[in-house]
Design a protein around this ligand. Structure first.
Ligand code: PLP
Length: 394
């Protein structure tokens, strides 16, 4: 008789509903090959600015190696409250309406677990960030996808959201600027979603991790729309704009009652975000503005080269106005997005992510991240051009 419990008994039913991220499989393949140019990972190629690293190093020298308050360092929460006030005119009490999380990743999980009852539905755009659906499912909720398309620059329509509302709908989950499409929604469009939320008494979880990475357009903070502060969980972070992915710091802001519930989960499962990361994030908020601007200008240069280059080689691509992704169509090759990504990697050593990893509406597209050097982008475009020439449907 076997003494090892079978997988069926060991892994929970809920866990079996969640599949491995489609992105990971590609990265495993990439790491087994040589000479690959990666447009795959959604991560800045910049190192965290020196003054931010230095602040963390100095804090270590002074012996800052302990837990912080469960809610996060008060100084960081105060800096964040100041930032949200200055940037959007939003006022949050740093003592009761803000929580420092281990990245937006944790914030998403907490937001779902703190608010969803079993079977409650969360409406979200398709395609969207890979963690959204698993976070909803793991919290016992049901994801309800709203299709988006390049005809509307992958922006989600308020009336399409409204059409999906049922008795069970609890929340809308949006994230603009968007991963994987780079779409940004303007104030008027977001205000229409806010009206839907009000009309149907829904919560809105707004993942604004790319808020500072916008090109020639203004970011609208969802919580700053009239009447939305009370019904929005605002999630933000440091990973992208400050090139701080490895430090694991993010934040949630919202009504005290919701933040308190999220903090209770956080207290038992995470305890606190890493202190080094919190010190670094405080420095980033205090003095990181210029560095963000410098990196943003560089991303913008790369963005233009990539959008132009992709369109020239026949991979039609709308102009993304935020984050650091392009989302071109690969339909002229007749390959599925997985086939395209896999064959491009094996034949030309360029890694991209199949759009299908982000939802059904991502099929026929690939995600190309331009947070890599201009030289690499230009070489990747040459390789992709050769690939498309060979596989183009005649
Ligand atoms: N939200 C979106 C839309 C993202 O693209 C990412 C990372 O790629 C995250 C959240 C996770 O960010 P963090 O590093 O803060 O956990």
């Amino acid at each position: 008789m076997s003494i090892v419990p079978s997988t069926r008994n060991t892994v929970s039913q809920r866990m079996r509903q969640v599949s491995k991220s489609g992105i990971r499989r590609f990265f495993d393949l990439v790491s087994s090959l040589e000479g690959v140019i990666s447009l795959g990972v959604g991560e800045p190629d910049f190192v965290t600015p020196w003054h931010i690293r230095e602040a963390a190093i100095y804090s270590l020298e002074r012996g800052y190696t302990m837990y912080t308050s469960n809610l996060g360092m008060l100084e960081l929460r105060q800096e964040l409250a100041h930032y949200l006030h200055t940037a959007y005119g939003l006022d949050y009490d740093p003592k009761s309406e803000m929580l420092i999380t281990a990245g937006v990743s944790e914030g998403l999980d907490l937001a779902m677990r703190a608010t969803l009852n079993p079977g409650e539905e969360v409406i979200l755009p398709d395609p969207s960030y890979v963690a959204y659906i698993p976070c909803i499912t793991l919290a016992g909720g049901i994801p309800v996808s709203v299709p988006t398309s390049p005809e509307n620059n992958f922006e989600v329509n308020a009336s399409d959201i409204e059409a999906k509302i049922t008795e069970q709908t609890k929340a809308i989950l949006i994230g603009y600027p968007a991963n994987p499409t780079g779409a940004v929604m303007n104030k008027e469009q977001l205000a229409q979603i806010a009206e839907v939320a009000k009309r149907h008494n829904l919560l809105v979880v707004s993942d604004e991790i790319y808020a500072r990475l916008v090109y020639g357009v203004e970011h609208t903070c969802f919580a700053a729309l009239p009447g939305m502060r009370e019904r929005t969980i605002l999630l933000g972070g440091f990973s992208k704009a400050y090139a701080m992915t490895g430090w694991r710091v993010g934040y949630a802001a919202g009504r005290a009652e919701i933040i308190e519930a999220m903090a209770r989960i956080h207290q038992y499962t995470m305890l606190c975000a890493p202190i080094m990361g919190q010190v670094a994030a405080t420095e980033a908020l205090k003095a990181g503005g210029e560095e963000v601007k410098r990196m943003l200008e560089e991303y913008d240069r790369r963005r233009r080269v990539m959008v132009k280059g992709l369109n020239e080689i026949g991979l039609a691509c709308f102009e993304p106005r935020g984050a650091f992704y392009t989302f071109p169509s690969v339909k002229i090759t007749g390959l599925s997005s997985e086939e395209f990504a896999e064959r491009l990697l094996l034949e030309e050593r360029v890694a991209v992510v199949p759009g299908s990893a982000f939802g059904q509406c991502g099929e026929g597209y690939i995600r190309c991240c331009y947070a890599t050097s201009l030289g690499e982008i230009e070489e990747a475009l040459r390789r992709m051009g050769r690939f498309v020439e060979r596989h183009r449907l005649t």
